[in-house]
Write a protein of this length. Sequence first.
Length: 258
Amino acid sequence: MPLENIHHSYLSLIKNGSSQELRAVANDTAAGTLTEAISIYTNNTKERLVATLEAAFPVCKQVVGNDCFRAMAEEYALRHPSDDKSLYHYGARFSQFTDLIIKTNDEFYNVAYLPDLALFEWKMHLSFFQKDRKAFDFGRFANLEKSQLSKIVFTLSPDIYLLETEFPAAIIWELHEINEPFKKAIIEKGKGYYLIERPLYKPTFTHLKQHEFDALTKIEEGFTFENLLLSFSDFESLVTEFLKNGWVNGFKNGSETR
């Protein structure tokens, strides 16, 4: 059996608890020994996936407690086994998973912000593993013809993630990070606009005004310089600040965008 098929059979075993194909490739035909061996592998896999989620969502774990988070992580691992050799990106659907838990379990009413918090932590996690920034090419930019300038599309630094939340996720995250007493007032709904980045070695975040968030979102969506100037009367001052902060680190011709 090809290695790829064995891999898929193993995923089926983890998710469904059985896989005839996997049993067929086992050298040991003793049922008891085979069952025990498979159990060891599946338990090791589950433990690794749970540990990966604990590392990616440490504040979520603090919020709900160790036992509750482990139960959630085990259920997530059962529903969403990893199909990638690398676990760096395992947990992409954890925010949606927590949202379903919140909506279907009344006992989670006091942590309604958990999906936003999970998404915030996930973006921080992704930012950490992105490539380092490159300097903006001001010389090339200065040599653009006026006709070319209007058609360029700015690009964000690879470690930049934009996030809009219904709850003040960053404040909740920050209070738990520094072990401050958690006040009920801050869990009330309130829009949050954030830019998550890793300028050096550790991810951090910036609170954005909605106006700034909207402009950065348009840049991310591939709006041309001309369209951005039409959309935001102060875009020149905005992009100057974005360049200064290292949030915009490049540009390309509009014809190169999707």
